[in-house]
Design a protein. Structure first.
Lengths: 396, 376
């Protein structure tokens, strides 16, 4: 209505022009400082026979969150250790019952598995809810808006293969002589699970990354299942390549060692040879699962998932490169083993730094203007404890 | 306390409902934290403020009741202000901040683990054992026996008369023991792929192989059975299970974050040391068992010598077969199970150190039995 030239008032100066701003993630934690936190935590946890564990966990998370600086503001972690202790006791009890049940009879094991499978998705949901509701940035709590129904839809397919196998064990009369059909069912289920693994993983990640919320912003994961299959496939290829290189190196070493040791001969060189073989086998298995595929999968998956996660006004980008991450993993392993575990806190800090600092955030909106949309449930600490025990993580 | 220290500028206030930062200044007066800024006028009792823990780096964030928070990028300024407000560090934070305390923690941890390992764990396992019903021993033993039986054992090939004689000798020895010192058990004779061997399982199943019976006199077998009965009587198998579980828990607390694989190593090493102690205990019982039966402990020396000679013979045979490139080489007779009483290779492994070998070296055990035999 009014003449546009009169709209010069400061309040209307920049109404819809989006100002893209990139926020970097910086990790300011230090290995030596975390080492001191870790060792004191460890002492208190062991001396109190584990009761201190939730306090230790809160201290650790506060340290890591507090040193994760997004833009100019750190994350905050607010969980109450006392609530978490209750959760841990509950989950511990459940886990104890579960592990005892399997010893009595296959049927009891099956029953316990079904019970765990039945409540596990609900636990996952409340674990995510608890974790996010206790995480803040710029004084504003994050939220997890997933539903229980969504958790069941995302997780139940994961339990089907295990259920088939456990039910099979319960059905066959003699475990030591499984009938032919069981072998067929077992191998069939196993193959199918392998083929479906990327899809199952995608379901889980989709559920997680579709429901993170910050103020009015709510994330979505714009990655199809095909991209997950791509990462899994490439991980398999890289693993095989790693094996080839490793075997070539070992082969050459043994060849050289064999030629050198041949002159002396006798029992001694045979024993030495056996030791060399034993060490080599241990190294290969370590290499096979820990050193090559894991960093490769972790880095590629982090990049895929976080680069495709975005809300209306907030986007993420992750550029974690494989070779530096592989080098870091190798170095961490070496030093942890050489120092009998004492290097572990330094390794944890270095890993967190590399993984977190690979991430950038793009804001199409001024963070100043974001506000919470009413209070949401905070989730159960039991869920958080369960997530801990079953190795669940946000993925960063 | 300088006047400036009780005031702090350049602090950001977040109300907890929006991400908007509001610049404020803090001051401390009458046990109350004053927060003053444009549109923010607050007073919070000092004890309701959740102060940040002092760390070397990082923005200081204090939590206020109701979800609001204060951020301060000037860590040193904040710490001075907090001190001026009468806020000290908690004991845990002080410990974390000082290398002296950290070193003390490391030492404390090491001492704790050493003491627990040396005395605490065996004591706890012994104390916990009566709480585990005997039926569990039986169930575990039965399960273990089934899997061994299927894969490694065959029915005994010994002539019935020979079996009879051995059982009679064993029964005589058992009858000579003081009442209550012999646990319920069953003796099984088996052939198989485990060489001259004997082992006991939780619940009382004791297995002797044909190769052992053929290698030595019945008196020697009785001594070996005395040793195995001691394992049953002291419930060594179950104790080992309890201890392995406990070591596993501690190891995973220490290393589990990093790698489950590494966390399994202490279980393996720790087990071996406890297993050696169990063997010593069983050897001592075997001596008593033999004495009560009127047999000299010296028979056990014969046992070790025979087993060693047998192992050497087998090794030479294998070498001959290998050199002769015979197509039908017999499978090597070495498959460690639950409890190898005769392990003739122990000496070769001495370089691995006392921690790893699961049995005391043969030489040590031979000396022990010789000394016991001489004492009578």
């Amino acid at each position: 209505m009014t003449d546009p030239s009169f709209d010069g008032a400061p309040t209307q100066a920049m109404p819809t022009v989006t100002m893209r701003r990139d926020l970097e993630v910086r990790f300011s934690g230090s290995g030596s400082e975390y080492f001191r936190i870790w060792i004191v935590n460890l002492l208190l946890t062991i001396v109190t026979l584990g009761v201190y564990y939730p306090w230790a966990k809160v201290r650790r998370l506060r340290y890591f969150y507090g040193n994760t600086v997004v833009g100019e503001h750190p994350l905050g972690f607010h969980a109450d250790p006392k609530t978490m202790l209750r959760g841990y006791l509950l989950v511990f009890l459940m886990l104890a019952l579960y592990s005892v049940a399997g010893n009595f009879s296959p049927l009891a094991g099956l029953l316990a598995f079904v019970i765990v499978a039945a409540i596990w998705p609900a636990l996952l949901k409340s674990s995510l809810q608890f974790r996010l509701a206790n995480t803040s940035w710029r004084g504003l709590r994050l939220r997890f808006r997933g539903t229980v129904g969504g958790a069941y839809a995302a997780l139940l397919p994961m339990f089907v293969p295990a259920l088939v196998i456990i039910a099979g064990v319960a059905a066959i009369p003699d475990e030591t002589q499984p009938p032919d059909w069981y072998v067929l069912v077992f191998s069939g289920t196993f193959t199918l699970t392998l083929l479906l693994a990327p899809w199952l993983w995608w379901l889980l990640k989709k559920y997680q990354h579709e429901h993170y919320a910050y103020g009015p912003e709510r994330t979505a994961l714009n990655a199809g299942v095909a991209s997950f299959y791509g990462v899994f496939l490439k991980t398999v290829l890289v693993t095989m390549l790693g094996f080839l290189v490793f075997f070539a190196v070992i082969g050459l070493t043994v060849e050289a060692g064999g030629v050198a040791g041949f002159g002396r001969g006798g029992e001694g060189s045979g024993k030495l040879f056996a030791i060399v073989i034993g060490v080599a086998v241990a190294l290969v298995s370590l290499f096979a699962v820990q050193l090559v595929p894991r960093p490769y999968f972790t880095s590629r998956m982090q990049n895929l998932i976080w680069s495709r996660t975005a809300s209306t006004n907030i986007g993420f980008a992750s550029r974690l490169r494989f070779w530096p991450y592989f080098g870091l993993t190798l170095k961490n392993w070496l030093l942890v083993v050489l120092t009998l575990g004492l290097y572990w806190p330094f390794a944890a800090v270095a890993t967190a730094r590399m993984r977190l600092e690979a991430v950038r955030l793009q804001f199409d909106v001024d963070p100043q203007t974001l506000a919470d949309q009413g209070r949401a449930g905070e989730g159960e600490a039991a869920g958080d404890a369960a997530g801990d025990l079953f190795g669940l993580d946000i993925g960063l | 306390m300088t006047a400036s220290a009780t005031e702090l500028a350049a602090v950001e206030y977040f109300d907890g409902r929006s991400a908007r930062a509001q610049p404020v200044r803090l001051s401390c007066r009458d046990a109350e934290l004053r927060i003053d800024g444009e549109g923010v006028q607050l007073g919070v009792p000092l004890r309701d403020v959740q102060w940040p823990e002092r760390t070397r780096h990082g923005v200081r964030v204090a939590q206020l009741p109701g979800g609001a928070s204060l951020h301060c990028a000037d860590a040193a300024g904040w710490d001075a202000f907090a001190r001026a407000c009468g806020r000290g560090d908690t004991a845990v934070v002080r410990a974390q901040q000082s290398w002296g305390w950290v070193l003390a923690s490391i030492a404390g941890l090491a001492i704790f683990i050493a003491v627990a390992y040396q005395w605490g764990l065996p004591w706890a396992a012994r104390a916990a054992l009566p709480l585990v019903p005997q039926t569990v021993d039986a169930a575990v033993g039965e399960q273990a026996f089934e899997s061994i039986e299927v894969h490694l054992l065959k029915p005994s090939q010994l002539p019935p008369a020979r079996q009879q004689a051995l059982r009679a000798a064993f029964a005589r020895a058992v009858a000579a023991q003081p009442a209550g010192s012999v646990p319920p058990h069953r003796l099984l004779l088996r052939a198989g792929e485990i060489g001259p061997n004997a082992f006991a399982l939780p619940g009382g199943t004791v297995v002797v192989t044909d190769e052992l019976v053929e290698l030595v006199d019945d008196e020697v077998v009785v001594g070996v059975l005395g040793h195995e009965l001691a394992h049953v009587r002291h419930r060594h198998g179950m104790r080992m299970l309890v201890q392995a579980t406990a070591i596993g828990v501690v190891a995973s607390a220490l290393l589990g974050d990093f790698s489950a694989l590494l966390a399994a190593v202490p279980v393996w090493i720790g087990q071996a040391a406890y297993a050696r102690d169990a063997e010593r205990e069983a050897d001592a019982d075997a001596v008593r068992f033999l004495r009560n039966a009127g047999i000299s402990p010296a028979v056990m020396v014969t046992f070790f010598e025979r087993v060693r000679a047998d192992a050497e013979r087998r090794a030479q045979e294998r070498a001959r077969v290998r050199d002769g490139a015979a197509a039908s080489a017999p499978p090597p007779a070495a498959a460690p199970v639950e409890d190898r009483t005769g392990d003739a290779r122990s000496d070769d492994r001495s370089w691995l150190g006392i921690a790893i070998a699961s049995h005391p070296a043969d030489a040590e055990r031979i000396r022990y039995f010789e000394a016991e035999a001489a004492r009578r």
